[in-house]
Design a protein around this ligand. Structure first.
Ligand SMILES: C[S@@+](CC[C@H](N)C(=O)[O-])C[C@H]1O[C@@H](n2cnc3c(N)ncnc32)[C@H](O)[C@@H]1O
Length: 289
């Protein structure tokens, strides 16, 4: 691709085709990483130019699923950020325990390994029974994989150390059924997770939640889209609810920052300002004249 302006036009046409025909809007994703992924896609498919993809995008539903899967980077692992898991366990779960029903939204769950991890931590703290974990993504193949509850045994073995660093209390393997080098999460944990297609760019809030967990997703979005998504999270949270962004992302400089208090700077765990105590809602006393 020698002419950069031609390349920019091709990208624009491809993104417009995805948006107009299928409702997927990638226009507010950070450009550099999107371009890298599009370039890799043309190489994988053996295409000379992005324009070759246009007819297939317009006509083949299955091809679009493949493209979305490729553009959305569904890289994940269990207990990916042990320090964040430990902080949740120590600093957030005690508050969640005060609710009779807990709803958690894991946005951008990829193939579900973080959802499995959170379910395990919640079960070990005795909170899983009262919890529903909504795990959402736009990547349908990744969601289909997540719904199987399974992963290769060697990935699980690799996660054991991180599980312990996350404050894991037993043996990670105890939470899985093992067969033929595949580990499958026990049904009592899987039943508490609802995997669903939800697009952070276009969809609305679908539940009132006590914790929103969204790591390694906002890094792909520009400032406009980050604002939309952070507003969505704020709208979804109950007063006093928690937002976890993980080590890579932060609320610093965003419009919603003033609505939250940072409770763990390293792991970027925030709390939506809790309701004011009843007494502070009373009008100020006016001294008698
Ligand atoms: C790098 S993965 C992070 C997965 C997981 N949160 C973690 O930290 O391991 C980014 C995920 O965000 C998802 N994603 C990207 N754009 C999205 C959107 N508009 N709505 C919902 N999920 C999206 C991708 O499909 C992908 O699974």
């Amino acid at each position: 691709m020698s002419d950069p302006s031609l390349h920019a036009i091709e990208i624009h046409l491809l993104l417009e085709a995805l948006r107009l025909r299928h409702g997927y809007d990638f226009s507010q994703y950070t450009r550099a990483s999107l371009e890298r992924r599009l370039l890799a896609l043309t190489e994988t498919l053996g295409c000379a130019s992005l324009l070759e993809l246009l007819p297939r995008i317009l006509q083949e539903e299955a091809f679009v699923t493949e493209i979305i899967a490729h553009l959305s980077v569904p890289v994940t692992e269990m207990f990916r950020e042990p320090a964040t898991c430990l902080a949740l366990r120590d600093r957030v779960f005690p508050y969640l325990a005060t609710y009779p029903r807990i709803q958690i939204w894991l946005a951008g769950c990829a193939s579900g390994e973080e959802a499995y991890s959170l379910a395990i931590l919640l079960q070990e703290e005795g909170l899983l029974e009262q919890t529903t974990l909504f795990a959402t993504d736009i990547n349908d193949p990744a969601l289909n994989q997540a719904e199987t509850g399974s992963l290769p045994l060697d990935r699980l073995q690799h996660a054991s150390r991180k599980y312990r660093l996350s404050g894991g209390k037993g043996s990670l393997l105890d939470h899985f059924h093992l067969q033929d080098q595949v580990a499958t999460l026990h049904p009592d944990l899987m039943h508490k997770i609802v995997f669903a297609h939800h697009n952070l760019v276009t969809d609305r809030v679908f539940a009132e939640t006590h914790l929103v967990y969204c790591t390694n997703v906002l890094i792909y979005f520009n400032a406009i889209l980050r604002k939309r998504v952070l507003d969505l999270f704020r709208e979804s949270l109950v007063r006093g609810g928690f937002l976890t962004l993980g080590a890579q992302e932060s609320l610093a400089g965003s419009d919603v920052e003033s609505h939250f208090r940072e409770i763990d700077p390293g792991c970027r765990i925030y709390r939506l300002h809790p309701p004011k105590p009843a007494s502070s809602l009373l009008p100020p006393l006016v001294p008698a004249s």
